[in-house]
Structures are given as C-alpha cells and as structure tokens.
Design a protein. Sequence first.
Length: 213
Amino acid sequence: MAKKQSPYIWDPQELRYRYRDGGGLVPHAQVELALDEALSHARLIARKVSVDLINREITLKEWQGQMRDLSREAILLGVATAKGGLRQLTDEDQQFAAELIRQQIDYLLRFARQIKSGEQRLDGRLIDRAGMYASAGRIAYWRTQAEMQLQAAGREGYALEEHNVLGSAEHCDECLEQTALGWVPIGTLIPVGERRCLSKCKCGIRYRQRGKQ
C-alpha cells in the first residue's frame, strides 16, 4: 500500500507549512495542535510505564529505558515539526536535537536516582512529573523556532519582533506578563519552558518583521 501523502509542504522562505493543494499558509495554531496531539500519546505512555513502576510490574531500570526512548522521540518530533519534517533536518539541526536530548537524559537520570533513594515517592506526583518528559517535545519545538527565526533575521538583514500568545491553560504570572508586553524585539521574551510553569506552559510565540502586521 502506498504511503499517504501529507496535505502540507514546507516553505523555506516563509519558514511555514503550506497546504499542498491550495498553497495557502497553514495556521500556526493548526500546526501546534497537531504537535500537541502527537505528544499526548507520549504522555499516555509516560503515565502507563509510571503506573507499571508503582505497581512493581516493571523495574526502575526498565522504566528508565522506556522514559529515555520516549524523551528522545518527543524532542526529535518537536525539532522536526518546527523545521518542516525529518527530511528537512540538517546536520546542525540533528546536533541541536542531540543536545536537547542529552539535557533531558541528565534530568531523567536525576529523576531515577531520586526514585531509587526514596526522595521521589511512588505516587501521583511521579506520574505527573513523568508526563513532563513528553511535554519536552513542545519546548523543543519553541526553542527550534526561536533559533530558526534568529538565523533568518541575520541572513535577511532585518530585525524581527516577537509576541507571546496565551494558549488554552491556567497561566502563570510570567506568561501573563510576557503577553502584556505586546510586540517586542526578538530575544526579549522569556522562552517557553523557562517560565514558572516550566514544561506545562501552553503559550506560543509569533514572529514578524518589525513594523509589519
């Protein structure tokens, strides 16, 4: 059976997806929703393996291995979504993703040590915390977006502006403060994932050439 063709294509000039048939730009929110839906599956896996660990159905080593694979796939998905798909990734993109994965694996190692020592109890908080490793894919998406936009601004020789957009969630004070700033020079906003709500952040960032709507 032939593989179903994606309805979207990547526009390297706009750094956006277009509809394959009509050529119009795919709304940002639609891309972000598709990513969130894909990552929701990863969160279900994180929950399942954590429940299995709590019920002593798997070992800590097995849990750690499955969480490591989940983290790697979530981050790679986030980076690839921001860059137009896996086939669009350059060696530099692969290295960027690998660094994000290494950081996440370090966090996971500390998490596992805390479980082993008893500092992290086998309870609901463990399940909630494990789900954050799937959410790292969303943070990877926004970090890749920021890097890509900065590079584009440098090549084209014009200044970009950025604006925080609130998603559907209960927002922390920092997210509300960042949104209230309106359009600001790129690099001004606190990156998604580095605010008080950490990987639970549902905000997005929009970019534009300075002075344009």
